[in-house]
Design a protein around this ligand. Structure first.
Ligand code: G4P
Length: 508
């Protein structure tokens, strides 16, 4: 029986990008709460036993020691399903954090009103920019004393080279906060939640500010937003529920539905009948007794059903997806199928790798999934020198899985591993020992930055004769320049304008 609905249900698949402490967790809780996905704020943080017991796939999680609980959170509002993908921060910060952004259609950028744009926000923003991911900005914590809204808007515009379009305006901040003024409807929402039309033209200093907003900032332009050239800015407070429903409404109204995905030989459209998706993250078991992994697939086209067979493009291997982890809001039933924009967790034993395309249709390879330059480099040394072959195999495997990156210097035999977050180094050492019986240790590296080199062959050859000692190959053989620090990188870049030193590389 074909019980397919005639229309595909719509999705908003997005992530929150922010610097630690800006309020991502608090905002996530409120989004889920207003979307009816959880019953009390605090559950995201608490990850309580009750929440864990709610579904049987979480049992799998417990048995396998793989925590996927908060990787994808789903909520519903305005008849739409929202998929919120977690971008781990803090000590969990890793390449996965970046890769998750390749699986979303839009992002919410949370900024602390007292701090403005911070380092991690900027890094994550750059990844969004690579793929022109549209961004809605939420300036959080207006219930506290913060920087002036103009100051914050100008910083976003100049720091990120982005047009800003304020959507609401805080009338006072901290102790003087009187509410949020909606610039389109000209209504004021007071701290008690009541909303009414308001004439603020004589309110000092807000009247004057409103005149300056009109004159100084772009009006919201949906096309520019969708291209990633303009960000609508909402002021609010996640903690006090100010501006949160406005943010959800904006996601529903403006954020894009699942977009066509660039692929070889032809793009994958969400309306294609064939089921096609790509793996953007592989979560390994921290328990060395198990080799189980969960591969996270972003569905790009077709209607996925539990038990389907999908082919791994490249190897042609058929993968029967019997016990997928389907993320869902309230209805357990909806977990039998998934639609473009949804994320499916596929338990496997290491067959599935980051960047793989899976499909039940003609083979297509999804493209545009970059590798990101590591931010921490370490030399790796064997305690037992007879294990060189095993180490090389292990490093290649783990690099292919996406746990680390590995660089083989052109001169010398000491291999270098690169990661984005410290935790990845710990995972590396424990997996080398548990799975490959290789006892290795990490040592400081003379380099702290790696950049992929691109340019014409003659320029690269000329560069290589001078800088051979700072060149390495990644596991695909691509040439990488290693710099001691940012100063050296800039210096070398300036002296070699014909070459590109790229912080990202599209998967080969
Ligand atoms: P993160 O996930 O981005 O790291 O931030 P998180 O939500 O954990 O928030 C960081 C701190 O900022 C928390 O305080 C949180 O309560 C506070 N916070 C978040 N949103 C707002 C807001 O709108 N207004 C105000 N005033 N504070 C906000 P904490 O004391 O570090 O943690 P907790 O003890 O409250 O959990």
């Amino acid at each position: 029986m074909d019980n397919r609905p005639t229309t595909r249900p719509d999705r908003r698949t997005f992530a929150i990008i922010s610097h630690p402490d800006a309020g991502k967790t608090t905002l996530t809780e409120k989004l889920l709460l207003f979307g009816g996905a959880i019953h009390a704020a605090g559950e995201v943080k608490a990850r309580g036993a009750a929440r864990r017991a709610r579904s049987d796939w979480m049992k799998i999680e417990q048995q396998r020691g793989i925590s996927v609980t908060s990787s994808v959170m789903t909520f519903e509002r305005h008849g739409l399903t929202f998929n919120l993908l977690d971008t781990p921060g803090h000590e969990d910060f890793s390449e996965d954090t970046y890769r998750t952004l390749t699986a979303v259609d839009s992002a919410v950028m949370v900024i602390d009103a007292a701090r403005g744009i911070e380092a991690q926000t900027r890094k994550l923003f750059e990844v969004c920019r690579l793929r022109s991911v549209p961004i809605i900005t939420f300036v959080n914590k207006v219930d506290r004393e913060g920087r002036h809204p103009f100051d914050l808007l100008d910083e976003i515009a100049s720091d990120l080279a982005l047009d800003v379009s304020p959507m609401n305006w805080p009338v006072g901040m901290g102790g003087t906060f009187e509410g949020l003024y909606n610039l389109a409807t000209k209504q004021l929402t007071k701290p008690d939640g009541t909303t009414a039309p308001a004439d603020l033209s004589h309110h000092e200093p807000v009247g004057e500010e409103l005149a300056l907003i009109d004159a100084g900032y772009a009006a919201f332009d949906e096309v520019a937003y969708r291209h990633g050239d303009l960000t609508p800015v909402f002021f609010g407070s996640a903690l006090k529920d100010f501006g949160v429903t406005e943010l959800i409404d904006a996601l529903a109204r403006f954020a894009p539905s699942p977009r066509p995905q660039p692929a070889d030989p032809a793009p994958v459209s969400p309306d294609d009948a064939a089921v096609t998706g790509f793996i953007f993250k592989v979560q390994a078991n921290m328990n060395p007794m198990h080799r189980d992994r969960v591969a996270f697939m972003r569905l790009c086209s077709g209607k996925f059903r539990r038990g389907m067979k999908l082919n791994q493009v490249g190897t042609g291997k058929a993968i029967a997806v019997h016990s997928p982890i389907l993320f869902f809001a309230r209805e357990r039933e909806t977990a039998e199928e998934a639609w473009p924009g949804d994320i499916i967790g596929i338990p496997n034993h290491g067959t599935l790798r980051v960047g793989d395309t899976l499909t039940d249709g003609p083979p297509k390879t999804i493209t545009g999934l970059p590798n990101f330059a590591p931010e921490i480099l370490r030399r790796i040394a064997l305690r037992d020198p007879t294990k060189t072959k095993q180490l090389r195999k292990a490093l290649d495997d783990l690099a292919e899985e996406g746990i680390i990156q590995v660089f083989y210097p052109e001169i010398g035999s000491q291999w270098v591993v690169g990661v984005v977050g410290q935790l990845q180094l710990e995972v590396l050492i424990s997996r080398l020992e548990a799975e490959y019986k290789v006892d290795a240790k990490l040592e400081p590296s003379p380099w702290d930055t790696a950049r992929w080199l691109a340019g014409n062959a003659k320029d690269i050859d000329a560069f290589a004769t001078i800088h051979r000692g700072a060149l390495a190959r990644d596991r695909d053989g691509a040439l990488v320049f290693m710099a001691k620090d940012a100063w050296e990188l800039n210096y070398v870049k300036e002296r070699n304008p014909a070459l590109r030193f790229s912080a990202t590389k599209e998967r080969a």
